[in-house]
Design a protein around this ligand. Structure first.
Ligand code: ZN
Length: 237
């Protein structure tokens, strides 16, 4: 068995960036429309539609179908991207946003069916759709393909958030415990625990410092927008 690190050195592949890292950005591959992004759009529309129908019909079964479409679709678009060598930053951003919409459909529908879950659901959605959304999008500050490769920047943050275990705990624990136990204290404790991990990750991210792109946006885009001229006393304001 050859380790990833050794494969990286010994067999350079078109799947990897020029630097030799699989997770570093490959600007020539970036585009919005890929097979995985089509899957992401489809599974999001499907999951949200089923969740809305489930809430209207007050059906837990259909709500669980919506959750299954979200989770299976989320695994499928990622697997397809790796399989077809079409992992892009555009696809990663779309995936992050799509997951939040799918989660809102499921958790919103669940509270519609069982209002006693409002507190844990509210904490979880605040954590997932706001704090974790910002945290997940922070990968854009580095030349990375997606948060899945954040270990190239910081391993502790990656372990807590985007390792296989990190991702499963973040995205499924609250839902599974909510559906199986309906325990408000337990679900609230888990949601608060996740929020704590995210706040710790944000604090660590702030200490790392976010790199900022340099240069001129107008020049790079070729938009022709001129710099604002300071006109001194003739300013009408
Ligand atoms: Zn690299």
């Amino acid at each position: 068995m050859v380790s990833d690190a050794r494969r990286r050195r010994s067999t350079p592949s078109s799947r990897w960036a020029p630097c030799g890292h699989r997770g570093c950005v490959r600007p020539d591959r970036e585009r919005l429309l890929t097979a995985p992004t089509v899957v992401t759009f489809a599974r999001t529309a499907g999951s949200l539609g089923i969740a809305l129908g489930a809430a209207q019909a007050r059906s837990l079964t259909w709500l669980l179908v919506a959750l299954a479409v979200y989770w299976v679709g989320d695994v499928a678009d990622g697997a397809l991207a790796r399989l077809t060598d079409t992992e892009t930053r555009h696809g990663a951003v779309l995936d992050i946003v799509a997951d939040r919409l799918c989660a809102l459909g499921f958790y919103g529908g669940f509270v519609w069916l069982d209002p006693s879950m409002a507190l844990p659901m509210g904490i979880f959605v605040f954590e997932f759709a706001l704090v974790d959304a910002y945290l997940s999008l922070a990968f854009l500050s580095w030349p990375l393909s997606s948060p899945n490769y954040f270990d190239l920047v910081d391993r502790p943050i990656w372990l807590a958030n985007w390792s296989k275990t990190g991702k499963v705990v973040n995205s499924s624990l609250v839902a599974v415990v909510m559906v199986t136990t309906r325990s408000v204290p337990l679900c609230t404790a888990i949601a608060l625990g996740l929020l704590t991990v995210k706040v710790w990750s944000l604090a660590r991210l702030a200490r790392l410092g976010l790199p900022t792109p340099t240069g001129c946006a107008a020049r790079d885009a070729g938009s022709g927008v001129e710099p604002t001229r300071v006109t001194g006393t003739s300013d009408p304001a």
